[in-house]
Ligand binder design. Sequence first.
Ligand code: ADP
Length: 223
Amino acid sequence: MIQFTHVFKRYPGGFDALRNINVKIERGEMAFITGHSGAGKSTLLKLITAIERPSRGEAVVNGRNLLRMPRRRIPYFRREVGVVFQDHKLLFDRTVYDNVALPLIVTGADQHEIPRRVRAALEKVGLLSKEKMYPVTLSGGEQQRVGIARAVVNKPPLLLADEPTGNLDAALSDEILDLFLDFHHHGVTVLIATHDWRLINRARKRVLELNHAELVRDTGAAA
Ligand code: ADP
């Protein structure tokens, strides 16, 4: 699903955010990316979502070569990748339903399909009863679950999350982790960037650790 071979990312100004990254994540795998602040975790996610391009090396995600992908292909590529953010980035002037429907509307999904798919996503995260509410009336954990429903409504084969539990207490973080584990058990490839070792230890999945732009540990690498 993800294969990086000798990938480097240098930002304008000459700063190396990633150096010589070699990693292969199979379809259906679940893994965590950890490391200190500034280690390169977000940069790695930005390469995988084609927000940034690698400076060097070969990066293939879901069968597409990120260095060679024409700019016009990027919106199509992004439909195959769901992203969950720490601050969930919900629209506060839209209802829960409208927030989750947004990716379907943007990608021109069949009008008749939209209600069914929105409700299926809300049901997965346990928020079907709150579809008419506005995000501001929900708890932090519920807002994050709306963010997850929005990320999966297009049924992407790959789900990424950047510090998804950064603003949540332990009990709510566990609920969010359980949702990610559930998607993983249903065959979705899941990649979560986090500082939260409690969460990582609880999940018992592969761990990739970055340190100053280098991959210094990979508990799942092939021998
Ligand atoms: P992490 O997510 O592990 O905190 P990041 O990937 O956000 O790390 O950042 C890695 C390094 O790259 C940091 O030193 C950061 O300042 C730098 N960086 C991130 N984005 C940019 C950018 N757009 N331009 C220049 N430097 C950047």
